[in-house]
Design a protein around this ligand. Sequence first.
Ligand SMILES: C[S@@+](CC[C@H](N)C(=O)[O-])C[C@H]1O[C@@H](n2cnc3c(N)ncnc32)[C@H](O)[C@@H]1O
Length: 311
Amino acid sequence: MSLPETILFSLAKRLYQSELGHSSEMKDALQSENAYADFRSQQSQFVLNAAAACGIRLKGKVVVDFGCFDGAITSRYADAEATHVYGIDIDKDAIAKARQHHSRDHITFLESDVKRMPLQDSSVDVILCYDVFEHVAHPADMLHECYRILRPGGQLLIGTWGWYHPFAPHLWSTMPVPWAHVFFSERTLLRTCHRVYNSPWYQPNMHDLDSDGNRKPEKFKEESISTDYLNKYLIRDFERVFRESEFDCTLRLQPFGSRYASWTKPLLRLPYIREFFTAYLWATLTRPEADHSSRLSTGVHKACAIAGTAE
Ligand SMILES: C[S@@+](CC[C@H](N)C(=O)[O-])C[C@H]1O[C@@H](n2cnc3c(N)ncnc32)[C@H](O)[C@@H]1O
């Protein structure tokens, strides 16, 4: 084992019982599919609060849950008095589960193509895209599709995180060391996750079990993280792609909530530093009533306003 792997493994082992990677609430939720679906369903309140703070109302609206997965959150959007909610996802199996567990009046689950969403032009009032945008391989194309299906004045709310977030690689269970992907190579990171996963003190969760309940023998075969899985965009990349889109856009950066991290809040005003200390990014993108395409074709892009920090 190389020296960097030895160092990272020893840090991971020390921090394994801490709540840095996963909170104890999340660890409990990961014990079963139902508990995890309940946990995520409760997360809908986080999205609804953010939507309200950004001036987005669901009542009486046609809403799309973009990247709905198994629909655990989608049905909560329907409870917020939306006229109709479409849950769409590229994962066929997830859509099948969503249909099985959450189909009811006013909710339709649709399998989507990466390049084209199965909805008509100008047919939607609001698109909610929570914990999905960091997975979208071609963000500019996806924004263009959202623009197409939104009616003029329609709004897209994106909740996501930048690649320098302390846990951006989505490896929480096996890698509780913050910013490990920034300080170590991806090869070191994934090899260390492999070692943690095979350690006697590692406690498997539902993501580690196959459909028969057996522990997956090997989860970390790759030596790098594919951009088909995580696009690795920094906040400044998101900002650029939003600015270059046809939308009017406002960004809100959320600081870390822990009382130990409250000192980081002023750092969100600093362009490079904020990449490391932003807990979450909310972007509200509004399709203008009048078309921006002529403005874009001349190469003059509108500004992407920063609305300060969101609590
Ligand atoms: C981390 S899950 C989030 C699920 C759900 N929003 C939630 O919070 O419970 C990300 C989901 O986005 C979906 N996804 C990724 N790229 C997509 C795309 N281009 N179009 C539609 N869904 C996509 C994935 O299949 C996955 O189900």
